[in-house]
Design a protein around this ligand. Structure first.
Ligand code: FNR
Length: 390
């Protein structure tokens, strides 16, 4: 089964169509082999709940506080509806988009999610390989179970971005950024909303935080600047290394002025992830930031925060197309993606559902999930009367 073909025109992988994917599923059913993999986000999540360790499931599913912002993220999509148009010849479609001089097959990327090793033993390697097969950009979290270099090796030339949690120790932050550039990541995503972890009742109830078990710290433990802070290497004294991580992970003192340091560390385009206020978006543009990711971290940080989709509307109005706007938080269907694109996003990021797919069936699961998502996306846009993102 081939899910992508080389596009002779520009070398960008092209998507299989939604109809091709649909027919594959129906054909299998005809031959008595119905598709086992869930075809909608809700059943995917319940399959993952069965497959995963309960504390890992709760870590992924959980949000801050009463989880009202996570719910509001979803409800915000229902407020907007699509008006389909017909009789416009949509037989040939091309969903490719350009970002920072590179073309991608679809306006879809995988958002950074940490500690994927608690979800599946292959963790980020599995997710990254599945993305690579489809040409969908994979964003590696700072707090990953595999290192920047291991993930790069698993992906070959396929597109990848690195997400930075800016450490209190600037040397460590600089080292991560330099390692990412050296390993072929093509953008730096600086997450601004997580200089400390929010109050997350599901994790607190279980008294479970993966990092305390040493999970998700591969980049730190392999980093020369981090290791220089330790009196014994992590292999000899993991407990002290974990405590050192906890001491320097977040940087609540970070300000706009600090961002200028990035230009000394890297030539890569920089995106700020987690922007929700139009004034912060304007400031980012004024400071020469290359792109903005409108996101509320899937409701995991400020309970009661504005739904991300509402923020997208306001931010698109405030900054227009001065810089590309990307979006995540609540995308579950092709229609959600269409709405976010129509409201001003250049690309949309997939978060939790990718993790459910990873939990259910590792690399295959993520690959199947992404194919299904792209198929639904293609069908929704085609049936709404569109042939191009523009
Ligand atoms: C995240 N997210 C996240 N973001 C980030 O910048 N760095 C990170 O390490 C993580 N880690 C992480 C772990 C888990 C378990 C989740 C669910 C999320 C946030 C992520 O990039 C994205 O903003 C949200 O997942 C979007 O919300 P939905 O669509 O998943 O609900």
């Amino acid at each position: 089964m081939v899910s992508i073909v080389a596009n002779p025109n520009c070398g960008v992988p092209t998507m299989e169509t939604g109809m091709e994917r649909q027919l594959e599923i129906y054909r299998k059913g005809l031959f008595g082999m119905p598709e086992q993999f869930p075809v909608d986000a809700e059943s995917l999540e319940s399959a993952a709940r069965t497959a995963m360790k309960p504390e890992a499931y709760d870590y992924v599913a959980g949000s801050a506080g009463t989880e009202q912002t996570a719910d509001a993220n979803r409800r915000a999509f229902a407020k907007w509806q699509i008006v389909p148009r017909f009789l416009r010849d949509v037989a040939q479609r091309d969903w490719s988009v350009e970002l920072f001089g590179r073309r991608y097959p679809a306006p879809i990327y995988v958002a950074p999610v940490g500690v994927q090793g608690i979800i599946h033993p292959d963790g980020e390697l599995a997710t990254a390989r599945a993305c690579a097969k489809l040409g969908i950009p994979f964003t590696l979290s700072t707090v990953s179970s595999y290192t920047i270099e291991q993930v790069a090796e698993a992906m070959g030339d396929a597109p990848r971005w690195f997400q930075l949690y800016w450490s209190r120790n600037h040397e460590v932050a600089a080292s991560f950024v330099r390692r990412a550039e050296a390993a072929g990541y093509s953008a730096i995503v600086v997450t601004v909303d997580t200089y400390m972890l929010a109050w997350r009742p599901r994790d607190l109830r279980r008294a479970y935080l993966p990092f305390m078990h040493g999970d998700g710290l591969a980049n730190y433990f392999s980093d020369p600047a981090f290791r220089a802070l330790l009196s014994a290497p992590p292999e000899e004294d993991p407990g002290s290394a974990v405590m050192q991580f906890a001491a320097i992970f977040g940087n609540p003192s970070l300000t706009w002025d600090d961002l200028s340091r990035l230009r000394e560390w890297t030539r890569l385009p920089v995106l700020l992830k987690g922007i929700l206020h139009p004034d912060d978006a304007r400031e980012a543009v004024r400071r020469g930031i290359d792109g903005i990711i409108v996101s509320n971290h899937g409701g995991r940080q400020v309970d009661g925060a504005i739904p991300a989709l509402e923020a997208l509307v306001q931010i698109a109005e405030a900054v227009g197309d001065a810089v590309p706007l990307l979006f995540d938080s609540g995308i579950r269907t092709g229609a959600d993606a269409l709405k976010a694109l129509a409201l001003g996003a250049r690309m949309v990021g997939l978060g939790r559902p990718v993790m459910w797919a990873l939990g259910v069936d590792g690399e295959n699961g993520v690959h199947t999930y992404l194919r299904n998502f792209l198929a639904e996306f293609d069908l929704t846009l085609a049936l709404s009367g569109y042939t191009r993102i523009s």
